[in-house]
Design a protein around this ligand. Structure first.
Ligand SMILES: Nc1ncnc2c1ncn2[C@@H]1O[C@H](COP(=O)(O)OP(=O)(O)OP(=O)(O)O)[C@@H](O)[C@H]1O
Ligand SMILES: [Mg+2]
Length: 225
């Protein structure tokens, strides 16, 4: 495993970037756990397929909520699984990790990102503020003395930041993203048609309607998704 890994630990998706190899993993942030034994049954894509459809014996968890870690143990288990997948058998070399943290989180929430990554097997963890990472990733010249604006709409958060000279000049982080829209769709379908749909179906409806009505917007979404 490369010694250096960058992680975007998101409410909806987790991405791992390896120095020299680029993005090596992009999976939904979902973990399916056996209720009785607490054994992890599936992580990522396979676990997402189970959301809302699990039998009583299995629970599908989304351990990141509104941009921050809601379940520490399950987040660490998910990261451990992701590290194993990208390690190509060499699980003994513990990586140096940089992990993105939303702007405006509390010290306790920040600490949880670090501790969960260490618990998953990292040798050391550096924290990068999300809007700065997003701007660098989008190719903006963040260190130049001119303002650039980043708007990052994710599953659980929306971050808007103006950057200049490598730092954040102004930023707002709202704990609202795609999940909130999906909840509204689920409630609407229930009230209007008396049908209960799950979050996966609500997300599919939202994405399908975005494709029908707002082509320029979806082009932007697709490049970040
Ligand atoms: N083509 C698309 N059209 C509409 N919505 C999309 C599209 N692609 C992704 N999304 C939505 O974007 C959200 C996921 O974005 P992203 O992976 O950036 O979130 P995240 O980084 O995991 O979350 P956060 O940053 O809030 O913790 C989901 O709500 C998903 O439905
Ligand atoms: Mg994100």
């Amino acid at each position: 495993m490369s010694k250096y890994i960058g992680i975007d630990l998101g409410t909806a998706n987790t991405l791992l970037y390896m120095k020299g190899r680029g993005i090596v993993l992009r999976e939904p942030s979902v973990v399916a756990v056996e209720r009785q034994t607490e054994r992890v049954r599936a992580v990522g894509r396979d676990a997402k397929l189970m959301l809302g459809k699990t039998p009583g014996s299995i629970t599908a968890h989304r351990p990141i909520k509104d941009g921050v870690i809601a379940d520490f143990e399950i987040t660490a288990a998910m990261l451990r699984d992701f590290f194993k997948r990208v390690s190509a058998g060499n699980i003994f070399s513990r990586p140096y990790v940089a992990v993105c943290v939303p702007y405006g989180v509390t010290e306790v929430e920040r600490r949880a990102f670090k501790d969960a990554t260490l618990e998953a097997g990292a040798r050391s963890v550096a924290m990068v503020t999300e809007p700065i990472a997003a701007a660098i990733g989008a190719g903006l010249r963040v260190t130049s003395p001119r303002g650039s604006m980043v708007v990052d709409i994710g599953g659980g958060t929306t971050e808007v930041a103006v950057l200049s000279l490598g730092g954040i000049v102004r930023s707002t982080s709202l704990r609202i993203g795609g999940d909130e829209l999906d909840d509204s769709i689920m409630q609407y379908v229930k009230t209007k048609y008396g049908i209960s749909i799950g979050e996966t179906a609500a997300e599919m409806l939202r994405r399908a309607s975005a494709r029908c009505t707002t082509r320029p917007m979806t082009a932007g979404w697709t490049s970040r998704a």
